[in-house]
Design a protein around this ligand. Structure first.
Ligand SMILES: NC(=O)c1ccc[n+]([C@@H]2O[C@H](COP(=O)([O-])OP(=O)(O)OC[C@H]3O[C@@H](n4cnc5c(N)ncnc54)[C@H](OP(=O)(O)O)[C@@H]3O)[C@@H](O)[C@H]2O)c1
Length: 236
């Protein structure tokens, strides 16, 4: 994949799946803009850091973006797993704000630049738990279900403007966000065994799929939800 002369905005590129995506895009020649609360020490100088909290005011973001944006990936999210009767209204609203409203606010700010590129791609991140019912996932699965609905609506609305919109839906992936679930050798072994392919995900499993969907290699792909999940979504 070649990202030479492409400007890509990564939201949440300082850690985990977003960080692996930044590294892959830089290696493929992209100019990367990252939005997060703090920068990563492992970035090369090629990354332009935009310091924002997606839960806050993003109204000045558009002015900091390049005139043309060829891609946007929203890699911010949460894993807030609790029995349904312990989930509060605040839990549900927080997951919605972080996973859905954050993406909406960033896309609204980036839309002018995405349109100006004539051909561009948005990638949002869901979870395998939207299509595979999992206990304790009521809050995150309902927020990510909204992410998938948002993506399909925008894919339709933006198709005439040359903006593609797709989703990747990971299963458990070894990132700082997932440490509570993968923090001990026993948890790692049990999590690997739960997957039909016998292992949990690595950030690079996801960044490869995200980079494909951002690239011109997927120029005829829009409105799709791509499971990147070691078989968890579709296999028994
Ligand atoms: N890991 C998994 O097992 C898994 C499974 C299914 C789905 N997912 C989804 O995959 C995506 C990436 O997750 P990850 O595991 O890579 O998470 P991660 O390692 O925690 O990285 C999250 C990124 O988002 C940024 N971020 C968090 N809160 C933010 C805020 N309020 N404002 C701005 N930036 C913020 C963080 O940077 P700062 O802290 O510097 O702001 C960081 O760069 C998420 O959508 C997640 O729901 C992950």
């Amino acid at each position: 994949m070649n990202f030479k002369d492409k400007n890509i905005l990564v939201i949440g590129g300082s850690s985990g799946i977003g960080l692996a995506t930044v590294n892959q895009l830089i290696a493929a020649g992209a100019s990367v803009y990252n939005l997060s609360r703090s920068p990563s020490e492992s970035w090369s100088n090629a990354v332009t850091h935009l310091q924002y909290d997606v839960l806050g005011d993003l109204s000045s973001l558009a002015a900091e973006l390049p005139d043309q944006l060829h891609g946007l990936v929203y890699s911010v999210g949460s894993i807030n797993l609790k029995p349904f009767n312990r989930l509060t209204e605040e839990d549900f609203l927080h997951d919605y704000q972080l996973n859905v409203m954050g993406a909406i606010k960033v896309i609204q700010q980036a839309l002018k630049s995405l349109k100006a590129a004539k051909s561009s791609s948005i990638v949002l991140i869901s979870t395998v738990a939207v299509k595979t019912g999992m206990s304790f996932h009521a809050s995150i699965a309902s927020a990510k279900g909204a992410v998938e609905g948002l993506a399909l609506s925008l894919a339709s609305e933006f198709v005439a403007q040359g903006i593609r919109v797709n989703v990747v839906a990971p299963s458990l992936t070894e990132t700082p966000l997932a440490m509570a679930l993968l923090g001990t050798p026993e948890k790692k072994e049990a999590s690997a065994k739960r997957h039909p392919m016998g292992r949990y995900g690595k950030p690079e499993d996801l960044s490869s799929a995200i980079s494909y969907l951002l690239s011109d290699d997927s120029s005829w792909v829009t409105g799709q939800v791509l499971g990147v999940d070691g078989g968890m979504g579709n296999l028994k």
